[in-house]
Ligand binder design. Structure first.
Ligand code: GLU
Length: 541
């Protein structure tokens, strides 16, 4: 086509697009940021599901932008109208704000580089598409679904590259008259690029996480605009990242094979490419094989799982930090007053292959997280959880604030704070015996109990005793009733004793709480009070 014909074609297809690229670009001036500041974006498609990989992606965007004093923004990639799900946008918004990683710029706030919802940017994309038509770098393609299917089948059979390219790109060189005929006929069309790619050439992706990756050059005449006039993901995100001045695209490594396409689009459009950081997926071991986490098989794949399970958002972020940089966990354990944002994250230390989802690690980091909170903080945070998920316990919490806070405070402030709580659910689980509503005495069965000693203990007990006084009383009880006052004494001649002081404590603990293990018994007894202790011991008679 001559220059004149290209112009006619562009105007024929986009009569209402008047603006030029230059005009659009003036609306998106360079950001005023220091050297090295990263501009990142979270660009979800509203599909109605937020998985842990999406959260990781947003978290990475947040971390790297914040730590470099850059900017993080949100862009909604909703050009695939068929995949649109009602409520999906709210879910994304809610998740990001719950997790405290809502950026100040983007689809849910404001900013100078919007609109941040792709379906609202149709005209902008069309300006660039029209420009490519004017330059002869794109063309309308009228091929039907059936024709494309037929080509595909043939290519599969001959083991050729799949797609519209070279010989198969039959509409690439249509004359203006032929295009007009199609249009007169009302034929639907898409717009494709004229790929200059060479099947024998390769491109290199300099990935910030994975290092250099060699990939075949793109040869496909990719669709950049669909029949509905909206751009494809590939085209739209390239335009947006350019105009919004993204410096690093952080995304899942399922996009690595698309890189040659994106590179070529940037080249055709005359854009400098951003940097790329493709992170590996979370995986699981199943029957000796490694597979990606799946929506169907793994509840922990969904972000909602953590909320329901009572795993605090901060703990999930700490867990993500352990996945992102393997040296994080050790640092976190050594720095009890710090959180993830103080850790020097680096792309270079990110795993390049799949990362195993380690439930044990999640559990441990949760325990450490809780061990660093005050009792009041745990109480307040878990109240929110129980209000949402367990009305009965929520009410108990409200009417027993002091009791619960005292319980949570046991062994909390020393050098080695207790680590029995990993989730909000554990709070009910671990403290249930404090509440007569939840404590089932009938379940306490042990034929070896020395009830005589326990009853004698009742007479000695005073809520005013210090821990030392309390212990002395049990020692007395032991020696007056045929028990050794220390384990050592007992081990020296076991046949002389019924047991040792620990045996008494264990029985007491069991009768009072139904557990073999609890935080410090002295404190538990104090919280329960003499009357309740008496009731529980006497119940065994
Ligand atoms: N909308 C794409 C997705 O949801 C984003 C990929 C990207 O970050 O470039 O997978």
């Amino acid at each position: 086509m001559s220059e004149e014909e290209k112009k006619e074609l562009a105007n024929l297809l986009f009569p209402n697009i008047i603006a030029t690229r230059e005009e659009i670009e003036q609306r998106y001036p360079k950001r005023k940021l220091d050297d090295g500041a990263k501009v990142t974006r979270f660009a979800p498609s509203p599909t109605g599901f937020m998985h842990i990989g999406n959260l990781e992606s947003a978290f990475l965007d947040y971390i790297f932008a914040t730590q470099s004093k850059g900017q993080f923004y949100i862009r909604l990639e909703d050009t695939d109208q068929e995949r649109y799900v009602e409520g999906a946008v709210d879910l994304i918004k809610e998740t990001l704000s719950n997790y405290g990683i809502m950026p100040s710029e983007g689809a849910f706030s404001s900013g100078q580089y919007g609109p941040y919802i792709q379906s609202m940017r149709k005209e902008i994309y069309q300006v660039y598409i029209k420009d490519l038509l004017l330059k002869g770098l794109a063309y309308p393609c009228f091929m039907s679904k059936e024709e494309l299917q037929e080509i595909r089948e043939g290519q599969e059979l001959r083991k050729e590259a799949i797609g519209v390219y070279g010989y198969y790109a039959v509409d690439r060189d249509l004359s203006l008259d032929e295009v007009k005929k199609h249009l007169d006929h009302g034929d639907h069309y898409v717009i494709r690029i004229k790929s200059p790619g060479d099947i024998n050439k390769q491109v290199i992706l300099h990935d910030l996480i994975k290092g250099d990756i060699t990939l075949p050059e793109n040869i496909i005449d990719e669709v950049i605009m669909k029949k509905d006039g909206l751009p494809t993901y590939h085209f739209a995100h390239v335009i947006d990242d350019y105009l919004m001045h993204t410096t690093v695209v952080i995304r899942g490594d399922e996009w690595v094979p698309s890189y040659p396409k994106h590179l070529q689009l940037c080249q055709l459009l005359g854009f400098k490419t951003p940097k790329y950081a493709h992170y590996a997926p979370l995986t699981k071991k199943e029957n000796g094989n490694i597979r990606k986490l799946s929506k169907r098989k793994d509840p922990e794949f969904s972000v909602s799982y953590y909320d329901e399970a009572g795993i605090p958002v901060e703990a999930v972020k700490l867990f993500l930090s352990t996945i992102i940089n393997t040296n994080f966990e050790e640092w976190y354990l050594q720095n009890s007053d710090k959180s993830y944002i103080d850790f020097p994250f680096s792309f270079k230390k990110m795993p390049t292959g799949g990362t195993l989802f380690d439930t044990e690690k999640l559990n441990n980091i949760c325990r450490t997280y809780f061990s660093r909170l005050t009792a009041e903080q745990i109480y307040e945070d878990s109240l929110i959880y129980y209000k949402k998920y367990d009305e009965e316990f929520y009410q108990l919490m409200l009417s027993n604030r002091e009791k619960l806070v005292s319980f949570l405070d046991i062994e909390r402030n020393g050098k080695r704070p207790r680590k029995d709580i990993a989730t909000y659910q554990d709070i009910k689980q671990e403290s249930s015996y404090l509440f007569s509503e939840l404590f089932d005495q009938k379940k306490i069965v042990d034929s070896n109990l020395d009830l005589d000693v326990l009853e004698k203990y009742l007479q000695l007990y005073s809520g005013d005793d210090t821990q030392d006084e309390w212990y002395q009383k049990i020692q007395e009880l032991a020696s007056n009733n045929g028990y050794a006052t220390s384990v050592k004494e007992y081990k020296n001649s076991p046949s002389d004793y019924k047991g040792h002081i620990g045996t008494i404590c264990e029985e007491l603990r069991y009768v009072i709480t139904g557990r073999r293990q609890t935080p410090n018994l002295y404190d538990i007894l104090k919280i329960l009070g003499k009357e309740e202790i008496q009731k529980r011991i006497e119940f065994q008679k």
